[in-house]
Ligand binder design. Structure first.
Ligand code: PGA
Length: 242
């Protein structure tokens, strides 16, 4: 694992963008980016949008796959992850909408949808996967206790996650109780993995991910088994790494 501690959130975002730019340059933009939602990658997405708006980079040939989606929220709902990605990145870069993929949280047959997404992931190997990390060590919606060989599946959200995510909804009752999430095995299939973390509430999870025992109690510790992981954190999130 390569670990980079930056001074602050902006530095973390700019350094993360360097990693994305490297992949984009090496592939001439013809690559698959695995993308994540959440507050952490917003600065990275701003950097991507700014360079694209300035004509310095193009995503016309790029494909993306996202980690997860809520079950039961219409795609246009402000809190759906598809809408999040549209508002914070896709509408600001020249990517083609048909090249952006999500699990369909409104599919009639959710089990079949999980299988479809896994097949899609097999056919579209990611060049780099962007990840945030939960304060409990989760990656995507893979909460502590998730087997490392898990594939895409429907997950019941933990009370703590419902509480965390309620900040984006009018009330806790409105937070969906289920989501479709890539599994840890799917995440590990990406050629490169880029983990971002910011803030003191992530410091212990970052330590456990990088230096702790490899255990299902900390889903992110599975990343120690991958050969090409770059962890970029701000000073607060990296405080326990010494
Ligand atoms: P955050 O979420 O970026 O909003 O902190 C990260 C996560 O829970 O995976």
């Amino acid at each position: 694992m390569k670990i980079i501690v930056c001074e602050n959130y902006d530095g973390m975002s700019r350094r993360a963008y360097e990693e994305i730019k490297k992949v984009m340059t090496e592939t001439g933009g013809e690559c698959v980016l695995g993308l994540a939602t959440g507050s952490t990658p917003l600065g990275l997405y701003k950097c991507m949008a700014a360079d694209c708006e300035a004509g310095k980079i193009s995503y016309e040939k790029t494909r993306t796959v996202n980690l997860d989606e809520y079950v039961g929220l219409p795609a246009a709902n402000e809190q759906s992850y598809r809408r999040f990605m549209r508002d914070n990145l896709f509408d600001k870069i020249d990517i083609l909408e048909e090249n952006t993929r999500f699990p369909d949280g409104n599919a009639e047959d959710l089990a079949a949808e999980c299988e479809r997404y896994d097949e899609l992931l097999e056919k579209t190997p990611r060049d780099i996967q962007v990840l945030g990390i939960g304060s409990n060590g989760h990656i995507a919606f893979n909460e502590p206790g998730t087997p490392f060989d898990g594939r895409t599946r429907v997950v019941e959200l933990k009370e703590s996650t419902i509480k965390d995510n309620s900040r984006f909804f009018a009330s806790e009752e409105e937070v969906p109780r289920r989501a479709i999430s890539m599994g840890i095995r799917d995440i590990l299939q990406s050629k490169k993995i880029l983990v971002l973390a910011s803030g003191g509430n992530k410091a212990e999870a970052v330590r456990a991910m990088c230096r702790g025992e490899i255990t299902e109690r900390c889903p992110a510790s599975a990343l120690q088994r991958h050969g090409d992981v770059t962890v970029i954190v701000d000073a607060e999130a990296g405080a326990e790494l010494c």
